[in-house]
Design a protein around this ligand. Structure first.
Ligand SMILES: [Zn+2]
Length: 285
């Protein structure tokens, strides 16, 4: 599933095509949404933004179209009159001037007024979105220590969209690795320095992944690997999907185990279960 940074990029592509323009035509595939085609046609698109892994397209007059791509949804932005070559099903489309934005395959599409947006079961419980709301490291450190979150295993907590919106399976593994924290530890077990480091890595890795279109390794590392002829598929991640391979820092074999219901990857040496390695590292920095 695409994670927050990929959805943010999609939102920006759609925004570049239709934001600030009047929708000349709006299409919905689902019968329950058909009445909104005429309601939204002729209104300006005021904003296209991401909320975690979902997207909001706000129209003049207070209505917003909420979409969630789930596994298969995909946005295309085209010149008007053109259609992408795809076997997918068109679900939602906006035409504005010489551009069109087309959403294929997504099954979760709703039209919300302000009240419905506030009380929406998913949107209303979303945690802060690093890319669209820019929480500070202080905000996230406090959030980690909050009684609602501090007792949960970090590997599972980072997947919870109610904690921070937009993190998914690869980002959580890479964040925990860069913070040197074992996925089974809880915020309640971590030192203040470890919590701070986690908060900083949540922000830094989300932003890096957004800039690099899905590469979490630092650019200097990527450059070294590229120079050595390593293909992109093998220079994206520190630990994600690399179980049984050598840790890029210490050479130990990387581990994998289900945490929070999905495979989580880590280095048993760099991310020790009792926090020793992490604490040494932060004390010396
Ligand atoms: Zn290691």
């Amino acid at each position: 599933m695409p994670e927050g940074p990929e959805i943010r990029r999609a939102a920006e592509r759609v925004a570049a095509a239709v934001e600030g323009r009047v929708a000349d035509d709006v299409f919905f595939a689902f019968d329950r949404l058909k009445p909104f085609e005429t309601v939204l046609t002729g209104r300006a698109v005021e904003e296209v933004t991401s909320r975690g892994k979902g997207m909001l397209t706000r129209f003049e007059g207070g209505l917003a179209v909420y979409t969630h791509n789930q596994l298969y949804g995909r946005w295309y932005v085209m010149r008007n009159g053109r259609m992408p070559k795809t076997g997918r099903q068109l679900r939602f489309a906006i035409e504005a001037g010489d551009r069109r934005a087309l959403l294929y395959s997504a099954s979760e599409i709703e039209v919300l007024d302000a009240e419905a947006e506030r009380s929406h079961p998913f949107l209303s419980r979303l945690g802060p979105d690093v890319l669209s709301q820019a929480p500070s490291a202080d905000d996230l450190t406090q959030r980690l220590a909050d009684p609602r979150f501090r007792g949960r295993q970090l590997g599972a907590l980072l997947l919870d969209q109610g904690f921070v919106a937009g993190l998914g399976n690869y980002l959580r593994a890479e964040i925990l690795f860069e913070a040197r924290v074992h996925p089974r530890r809880r915020a309640a077990d971590c030192s203040g320095q470890e919590l701070r480091r986690l908060a900083e890595r949540i922000i830094a890795l989300t932003r890096r992944t957004y800039r690099t279109r899905g590469i979490t390794l630092p650019p200097s590392r990527v450059a070294e690997l590229k120079a050595a002829g390593v293909p992109r598929s093998r220079h994206r991640f520190w630990v994600y999907g690399r179980d049984g391979s050598a840790c890029r820092l210490c050479g130990d074999d990387l581990a994998v185990e289900a945490v929070g219901g999905r495979k989580c990857y880590w280095c048993p040496s760099c991310q020790s279960k009792n926090g020793g390695a992490g604490r040494e590292r932060s004390d010396s920095s």
